[in-house]
Design a protein around this ligand. Structure first.
Ligand code: M6R
Length: 614
């Protein structure tokens, strides 16, 4: 949530900052702002409510010079999204400017203390407190910017990634992090910083991921220096980015979401590459092999995640329990962290996160580690905070996901969880080799099966025009596809603002059936499996009450076609693989309805891609 960018070097900062903000806009788009130290040593600061393109319009014909600057795109936490609350925030004297991602929990106490010292506040944000505090310390202690930042951070409780500039030290940017991500890009006589590597990749592939409680001192013409908040010098670990600019562009698609839906044959191929043998059924996950004793002796697995990743976790529970007979619990990370959970060193905690930055999931990991559990990560973003905080893990390798609605990350997560279940089963010898070989065969075929399923796009687009203006939707599924129903409903509601609920199909009769009428369409996920007959009864119950049914069925299933209003035929796959295939039409349905409604599918209201606050 919130994206920050910074630059110091020889190029005009403004262009780099704006381009960087566009890349980070997925993190929040309530307001945006830039501050540059101009060539005359003055501060040029521009900020406005709205998206980065609004900021660009606002900056038109303004003084934009300077080759040092910071910028911000906001997801509002404290204070409504307006011009005043937009970042950067200025200190009392107007000489310091600061951008911040995170939340300062004790900002009220600090604010009161500063007000008693005569500080005047303009905004309702927690961030302004920090910049005022830094200036107050700098003036009172008569110290340098870096000393003032370090002292100020000792007073702060909360999460932050910050970048600060000061017209008194016009060749310096100070950046710091605690629980919010920050990456520094090292170029030739220039340095970049950003909430993730996407604004940096155009200029350099050499990056340093700042750790918690570290402060970066970036000075023009000097090598990067990192110290801790305790003033100890920290190691600089320069890593090479494996990210290309083309991965960050729409590539001819109208939206990132559609591009990412269509990328899935390739992303799943990348996800399984090197992990499933070309023939035969061996699944090789190095993270499991390196810690085979943990998986051999585990008494229980607890999966922690949020949102779509939590839905993948529900599928993972079923997969792992079936394949390994280890009991698995799935917890919302946000609940787990405050539930005084029973976790022992015999437990494995699996944390699932696309971004690898979700604050609740990170906190759940810390708690699990304190209680002695072995923590395994399933992440997408390489080098992310969660990937680094876990003891081991498997990357899903689906490439950058920019659309706020998770699509290819979900199918990647489920694919990794299928492989994880097989890999653990191999160690524990809980699944016949032939069965593993059969599932592995389907994993190899998944990219082609997804390609076939994507051919449904035109039919689904047509279907979406029938349901564009309904107010509610019900999604039903059973077994492996109950979580698919939850995920289908989440996709629709987050991008089209249509209320949608996912339910286990058989639970419908215990309450939701009361909602059924002509106005309420139901998506029933009904591939041919052992509960097929039961789900047909559920469809009949809906039809008997005048509801309309869109059924996702296995190709050739005529029994449901006779009773449902519309059928969407997917390829025939085993149950445990079906959530990957089922999710494709559900993603397309949500996408087309949202587009027809005129919604901004890549940047739905109130949402951000990476939820780095509680
Ligand atoms: O990056 P994470 O996977 O940890 O994110 C978790 C959720 O915030 C995320 O899945 C969210 O629910 C998406 N908007 C769903 O499309």
């Amino acid at each position: 949530m919130c994206g920050i960018v910074g630059y110091i070097g020889h190029r005009p900062a403004y262009e780099i900052l704006i381009k960087g903000l566009h890349r980070l806009e997925y993190r929040g788009y309530d307001s945006a702002g830039v501050a540059m130290v101009g060539d005359k040593g003055d501060l040029n600061i521009y900020k406005t409510r709205g998206k980065v393109e609004d900021l660009e319009r606002f900056c038109h014909a303004k003084d934009l010079d300077g080759n040092i600057g910071i910028a911000h795109t906001r997801w509002a936490t404290h204070g409504e999204p307006n011009d005043v609350n937009a970042h950067p925030h200025l200190s009392h004297s107007g000489k310091l400017a600061l951008v911040h991602n995170g939340t300062i929990e004790n900002y009220n106490i600090l604010k009161e203390a500063l007000e008693q010292q005569g500080c005047k506040f303009k905004s309702d944000t927690d961030t302004e407190v920090l910049v005022q505090l830094i200036e107050y310390i700098k003036t009172t202690n008569n110290c340098t910017l870096i000393e003032a930042v370090r002292e100020a951070l000792k007073e702060v409780i909360g999460a932050y990634a910050i970048a600060v500039i000061d017209t008194n030290e016009p060749d310096t940017v100070i950046a710091a992090r605690k629980s919010s991500p920050l990456v520094i890009g090292i170029g030739e006589d220039e340095t970049f910083l950003a909430s993730d590597a996407t604004p940096i990749v155009d200029y350099t592939d050499k990056v340093v991921y700042l750790n918690d409680d570290e402060i970066a001192i970036i000075r023009r013409g000097e090598p990067l220096k990192i110290i801790t908040t305790d003033n100890e010098s920290a190691e600089i670990d320069i890593q090479t980015l494996k990210l290309s600019v083309s991965q960050l562009e729409k590539g001819g698609f109208p939206h990132f979401m559609l591009k990412e839906i269509y990328e899935q044959p390739r992303t799943i191929r990348d996800c399984v590459r090197g992990r499933i043998g070309n023939s035969g059924g061996k699944v090789t996950l190095s993270g499991v092999i390196e810690h085979s004793d943990k998986f051999l002796n585990a008494k229980r697995i607890i999966i922690v995640a949020c949102g779509t990743s939590w839905h993948a976790g529900l599928i993972g529970k079923r997969l792992i329990e079936e394949a390994t007979r280890i009991p698995v619990e799935v917890a919302y990370a946000s609940e787990f962290r405050y539930s005084n959970p029973i976790v022992t060193p015999d437990d494995i905690v699996i944390a699932i996160s696309q971004s690898g930055e979700t604050a609740d999931t990170l906190a759940a990991i810390q708690l699990a580690k304190e209680k002695g559990a072995f923590v395994y990560g399933v992440c997408n973003v390489v080098g992310s905070s969660i990937a680094r905080a876990t003891d081991s893990g498997t990357y899903i390798h689906v490439g950058p996901e920019i659309g706020v609605a998770s699509t290819k990350a979900f199918t990647g997560q489920v694919t990794v969880l299928i492989m994880l279940a097989m890999a653990i089963a191999q160690i524990r010898k809980t699944m016949p080799k032939e069965e593993i070989t059969k599932v592995a065969g389907y994993l190899r075929r998944l990219p082609d099966l997804i390609k076939q399923t994507l051919k449904l796009n035109d039919k689904i687009e047509h279907l979406s025009s029938i349901y564009t203006y309904v107010h509610n939707f019900l999604y039903l599924g059973r077994g492996y596809n109950y979580p698919s129903a939850l995920e289908g409903a989440l996709k629709l509601k987050e991008i089209s603002y249509i209320h949608a609920e996912g339910y286990p199909a058989a639970e419908m009769k215990h309450g939701p059936i009361a909602l059924i009428d002509r106005e309420l369409p139901t998506v029933v996920i009904a591939p041919t499996d052992e509960l097929h007959e039961k789900i047909i009864s559920n469809i009949q119950q809906i039809k008997a009450r005048g509801g309309s049914v869109i059924a996702v069925v296995t190709k050739g299933d005529t029994s449901i076609a006779e009773i449902a209003d519309h059928t969407i035929e997917i390829p025939d796959v085993p149950e445990c693989v079906s959530p990957v295939i089922v999710s494709i039409p559900l993603q397309l349905l949500a996408y087309h309805i949202a587009v027809k409604k005129g919604c901004n599918v890549d940047m739905p209201r109130n949402l951000a891609k990476s939820v780095t606050v509680e």
